[in-house]
Design a binder for this molecule. Sequence first.
Ligand code: AGP
Length: 609
Amino acid sequence: MCGIVGYIGKRDVAPLLLEGLQRLEYRGYDSAGIVITSRTAAGKPGTLKMVKAKGRVRELEAKVPKRFAGTTGIAHTRWATHGAPSDENAHPHLDADNKVAVVHNGIIDNASELRAKLTADGIVFLSDTDTEVLVHLIARAQADTLEEKVREALRHVEGTYGIAVMHADFNDRIVVARNGSPVVLGIGEKEMFVASDVAALVAHTRQVVTLDDGEMATLKADDFRTYTTEGSTTTATPTTVEWEAESYDMGGHDTYMHKEIFEQADAVDRVLRGRIDDRFSTVHLGGLNLDAREARGVRRIKILGCGTSYHAGQIGAQLIEELARIPADAEPASEFRYRNPVVDPDTLYVAVSQSGETYDVLAAVQELKRKGARVLGVVNVVGSAIAREADGGTYVHAGPEVCVVSTKCFTNTVVAFALLALHLGRIRDLSVADGKRIIDGLRRLPEQISEILAGEDEIKRLAAEYAEAKSMMFIGRVRGYPVAREASLKLKEVSYIHAEAYPASELKHGPLALIEPAMPTVAIVPDDDLLEKNRAAMEEIKARSGRILAVAHQVQEKADHTIVVPKNENELDPILMGIPLQLFAYHTALAMGRDIDKPRNLAKSVTVE
Ligand code: AGP
């Protein structure tokens, strides 16, 4: 999804911004642009110089002229919403006098209405974007300061935005504003940065301030201030980003997806570190803000997330029911708000998000808070919007995930849910012995993950064999079903092979009609109380000449191939069973020559509805 980066200071701005844009490439985009200026003597207007290009950042870089010097600038990678990918529609956008430049993430909902009014007043639009209305509104604003002009323009606008604005007449500053789309300030030594994602900042500074919705900021080379869109000053205390710039490098792997799959043993170790309390066979989750008495009062848990995070939430709900015996379920956050849900005071809501910025999840959290619910966040990005909006929660400590296709964050999120379930269970009815059993199982995970990943060559061989399939079925029962759903999503996202996921028990209620030799099935077959039932489902498939790849704890006779994974505790097995299928999806996509880290049509962080 779109990315913003900006700088004001003494350094040559264009190379800095282009490097920042490259760090945001992983978010997905189709065009890019940059506008810069130089400081002038007080009262003397500057000149805005702009270059834009459809395509990749390197195409933009190739278009930047040799003499393109400046010390202030903003730049953008665009993911088309209003108007096709093109040079004209790429950001920044300028007004007719080349005085105001704007880059924008988000969607202006009333753009057509505003465009019609501005056109009637004689404004000529140069692009099809919703963003361009903002430029003209700012240029026409009567106020004396840039801050006031931006504020005046925003009063007319409905929708979501993270914006950065430059003005030739106020070229000692960049003004930024946030409503529903992330804006992070990076504090340097006599220089300031702004970006939509810390990935673009960490090479230069790790001191950041994350704006809240309804907040604006003015950046000057040697200071910054924050205030609301109404004008009142806000307090902004910089925090330190823990992630190093190197965590964003490929580290010897050919793709981020491969790197991130192979980081999982360490990532799981990290989410467990410092949290296990052997004395009471429980875990400490510092940020929950839920004391034992409150935890005992919870009657139901509702988990909300999108895509992979929703699937992690489904496994989380099962872990909570099994270990804490609290009724729990997961629902797509994108649907939740629209069915006018009954919000019950005894229900604890849990919002799950890798990025912490997914609009659908954030909006669900805001709707819940408005109705007085208590919401916890299970989030990867520290200080992100959902983490800040929630009443408490836990970070999943997976480290930065760059590939659009989520792998290590999924695994760490499920482990974080296991910790939450154990914590709640030990406050309620989970015995010391069962608590210890789960803790021992959690401790075995990193080694078992490494064991699975050591089997990469065999998984690669299997992937090559199945890569010819036009369509694949994924099945599992109870604990295995969310694993099947996530594995099917992984395969679709990265290889573009059509995949369906069903509970194995549902096969004979319809999907069995699809089974034939050309439609292979991946079956999740843990050694648990449903083993025989899963075997029966495989029999049904074999009887229809379907090919089967099983992921199991022992070789399955009915399957054509089995990927054998190490056994853990029944409740924790789903964490391990999905991992070989991440590699399976990866190698299938590789064999098909797909753009692994940036699958078509997808973005890493979906900050629009
Ligand atoms: C994961 O592989 C996907 N690209 C996608 O489903 C993602 O999980 C979803 O958009 C939610 O993102 P979040 O975890 O950052 O909220």
